[in-house]
Ligand binder design. Structure first.
Ligand code: MG
Length: 362
């Protein structure tokens, strides 16, 4: 079997409601680069990359202008080989960053083909560990008033989530503590809480805030510092009893390895898009398992539900505020606080093109 063509399309999908975190300010759209791989024997693969509003045209252009020609004519089941070839093709301008997003779109399409060829859902193709995984409701909500925040969390509880994450990192740290206290009071003791600082603090600030947040039995503090400050994360992780979660801004297995060998994180947070695809994801998941650390995911839950279901170190899937349910044919369903991969060959993610096509810009 050979890859006959790779084609891409770029969409800008408005968010249901604008959202704000501590680093990126207000966000109002998700960019999607959809990639379709066709083979000469019939099976096709769907891959995609997303951005939080910036970079979509560059990712599409990397694929269209440099990477697609490297894949056409290849055996789509030699996925590692293709990944390696693409990594080297854009090495000079890549080694992470935008290049990882472009590789992810291609890699996911190839794994989709592999699942279809094998007649297996992706999680079983990867070795299968469990049929479902706990999910937490995740808010991008730094801008919400107290009332809006509580309403959002009540929505999560009504859906059936048993764990909830909110943003911290307001200008006045007392407001963060007030919001988390409010939240803990509302949800009681039975619900697990996480907070996400989106890289807002210094190590000293994170340690001070983390110790205050531990009063509310928060299970992890996510991205307290910029991802470049590994030693700062190590200090925070050592000072706090709650977990420090890092990973959505790491783009290669090498970056994860530096964190793991430094003891600079407790919860390994993977994003199959920002990390360069399923091939790279599996290696980081194995690294996490070898360090005896739990893994969780950032966004892209339709693909990552398979990966978590295939990995022994899995803990939680994030059910993100930027859900794409309104442009999907088969949105994930939460049952007993868990989500499950679809039992169809490949990853089973299908966009509803009647709804998505209105957002196409390239
Ligand atoms: Mg986050």
């Amino acid at each position: 079997m050979r890859v006959r063509s790779l084609s891409t399309a770029l969409y800008r999908v408005p968010l249901q409601r604008p959202a704000e975190d501590a680093l990126h300010g207000t966000m109002d759209q998700v960019e999607l680069v959809l990639l379709r791989a066709e083979t000469d024997e019939g099976p096709t693969g769907l891959g995609y990359a997303y951005t939080i509003g910036v970079g979509g045209t560059a990712i599409k252009s990397l694929i269209d202008d440099y990477l697609a020609e490297e894949v056409v004519g290849e055996d789509p089941l030699l996925i590692e080989g293709i990944w390696e070839k693409l990594w080297k093709r854009v090495h000079w301008v890549g080694r992470g960053g935008l290049a990882s997003f472009a590789l992810a779109a291609i890699d996911i399409a190839l794994w989709d083909i592999a699942g279809k060829v094998a007649g297996l859902p992706l999680y079983k193709l990867l070795g299968g560990c469990r049929r479902e995984i706990r999910a937490y409701g995740s808010g991008v909500d730094l801008n919400l008033s107290d009332e809006e925040l509580i309403a959002q969390v009540e929505g999560f509880l009504e859906e059936g989530f048993t764990a909830v994450k909110i943003k911290v990192g307001r200008e006045d740290p007392r407001e963060d503590l007030h919001r988390v206290a409010l939240l803990r009071r509302r949800v009681g003791d039975g619900i697990e809480l996480m907070v996400d600082a989106n890289m807002r603090w210094t190590a000293a600030e994170a340690i001070r805030m983390g110790k205050a947040l531990e009063e509310f039995d928060v299970i992890w503090l996510e991205e307290p510092l910029i991802p470049d400050d590994i030693d700062g994360h190590r200090q925070v992780a050592q000072a706090l009893t709650m977990g420090v979660a890092v990973g959505e801004n790491l783009h290669t297995k090498y970056e994860f390895q530096r964190y793991l060998s430094a003891g600079a994180l407790d919860v390994v947070q993977l994003d199959v898009i920002t990390l360069g695809g399923i091939t790279e994801w599996l290696k980081v998941a194995a690294l996490a398992e070898m360090h005896n650390l739990p893994i969780t995911t950032h966004y892209a839950e339709e693909i990552q539900v398979h990966l978590l279901a295939a990995s022994p170190a899995s803990w939680f899937a994030e059910r993100h505020a930027y859900r794409l349910d309104h442009v999907l044919e088969r949105p994930l369903i939460l049952k007993d606080g868990k989500i499950a991969p679809p039992e169809v060959p490949g990853h089973g993610l299908v966009f509803d093109m009647d709804k998505l096509s209105q957002y196409r810009i390239g």
